[in-house]
Design a protein around this ligand. Structure first.
Ligand SMILES: C[S@@+](CC[C@H](N)C(=O)[O-])C[C@H]1O[C@@H](n2cnc3c(N)ncnc32)[C@H](O)[C@@H]1O
Length: 410
């Protein structure tokens, strides 16, 4: 069954409740979708797995319902955010550090204290940051480096990461790294300490709400490449998978690595600029793929007729996707659910039906299709009227819609 359900749009919903308020990230899942999936299919679940956990939206929702969770992601910044969003941080201890930081920034702002700052060696640092901003960021980094408690340190790091981005010359409206115009740069004068303080205060409110509501449950976040490493998760151990995989390779869709690069570099993540190459579709597949999806094979043929190189790129992504689904499928218990929130993007005028492809790949692993719910993504362009599809009510299958594909293991 495949149907549109506007009640899944959550048009007016506050998507920044609890620790969901922590840090912006491209293509985040909205918590309401994860929550509703869990209410509908996760009532008896004890363990959730999100193989593309990003910032951990589904892990937070699982923990709020008393379900333990495992998340994996290749992007270090995403893992840091996911870990921090689900960490049991002592508010008492945190408050002491926040007070310390307040005193520290006060004395630096009013120059009561001279900090010996070492600005880290970051490629093109002067291209992305004003000199005065670099120094202030280095001062905050010095403070963070002295924090011994890992959870508290992470709490500061993710506020710092947003501060890095917002005080850089990047255009904040874009996820890719683009520098603002020369005119804007001239006028740009970010209040670095104030930015950091406001992120910390907002995140503190989110944490407090999360700790008040959270049941006895925890999350583990791992650095696994889901294309080949979920074997470390025990076979048949997972009750429910709730995830939103990338729409396509990072180069032509969302550049997660690029989005995170400046923060990753300030946080000393090694090979920060390599992240995108390792994500799904990042490496070109040379061999001919035997896809377990007729829909995919047909679309690839059409794209190949128009542009062979492009067909190979698309094929590389789905090659990784198929492998990752084989891995994920193994971890799910018999009777357990795979809930994939996917988008159907257009390549060379062809809409790639990732929802159907996901269904085909899981069916090949012994799952049956329960339903696919189509939701509008609010705040995006409305569908255009001139591209009818085979689904009643939908005018144009573009990225204005998301498909929630529910599969059950036999
Ligand atoms: C759509 S985002 C997930 C967003 C997440 N649901 C949230 O709310 O923040 C997809 C994620 O998949 C990750 N990813 C891409 N390829 C991967 C791979 N091969 N293994 C693990 N993670 C991967 C990206 O780093 C990105 O964080």
């Amino acid at each position: 069954m495949k149907y549109i359900d506007y009640s899944w749009d959550f048009r007016q919903a506050d998507t920044k409740t609890f620790t969901h308020c922590y840090h912006n990230y491209p293509a985040m899942m909205i918590p309401q979708v994860a929550e509703r999936i869990l209410t509908k299919y996760g009532a008896d679940s004890h363990l959730l797995f999100d193989p593309y956990c990003g910032t951990g939206t589904s892990l937070v929702e699982a923990n709020l319902k008393g379900i333990n969770a495992i998340g994996t992601d290749l992007n270090p910044l995403a893992r840091l955010i996911a870990k921090t969003k689900t960490a049991k941080i002592s508010l008492q201890v945190l408050d002491l550090y926040l007070r310390d930081f307040n005193d520290y920034s006060f004395s630096l702002i009013f120059e009561l204290q001279r900090a010996s700052v070492v600005v880290p060696e970051i490629k093109n640092i002067d291209f992305w940051f004003d000199k005065a901003v670099q120094e202030k960021l280095a001062m905050i980094k010095t403070f963070i480096n002295k924090i011994e408690d890992e959870h508290i340190s992470n709490f500061f790091k993710i506020a710092f990461s947003e501060t890095v981005r917002e005080s850089s010359f990047t255009r904040n409206s874009e996820f890719k790294l683009f520098r603002m115009t020369a005119e804007k740069m001239q006028k740009f004068n970010p209040d670095v300490f104030n930015l950091m303080q406001s992120k910390l205060a907002r995140n503190h409110r989110g944490l407090k709400a999360f700790l008040e509501q959270k049941q006895e449950a925890s999350s583990q976040v791992y650095d696994f490449n889901t294309i080949n490493e979920v074997r470390y998760i025990k076979n048949e151990s997972i009750d429910i998978v709730v995830t939103s995989p990338p729409y396509g390779d990072s180069r032509t869709t969302v550049a997660y690595g690029q989005f995170s690069r400046l923060a990753n570099e300030w946080l000393d993540v090694e090979n920060a600029n390599q992240v995108d190459n390792n994500l799904m579709g990042g490496k070109r597949v040379k061999e001919v793929c035997n896809f377990h999806s007729l829909a995919l094979r047909e679309h690839l043929e059409k794209i190949g007729n128009a542009d062979e190189k492009r067909a190979k790129e698309v094929s590389s992504f789905y090659y990784d996707y198929q492998k990752s689904i084989e891995n994920v499928a193994r971890t799910i218990k018999s009777g357990g659910y795979a809930c994939y929130v996917v988008g159907n993007r257009k390549v060379k005028g062809e809409v790639l039906p990732t929802d159907e492809i996901t269904k085909d790949f899981f069916e090949n692993q012994g799952f049956s299709h329960i339903e696919t719910i189509i939701r509008n993504i609010p705040n995006k362009r409305m569908p255009s009227k001139n591209s009818p599809t085979n689904v009643t009510g939908i005018k144009d299958e573009t990225m204005n819609n998301e498909y929630i594909v529910i599969m059950r293991k036999e």
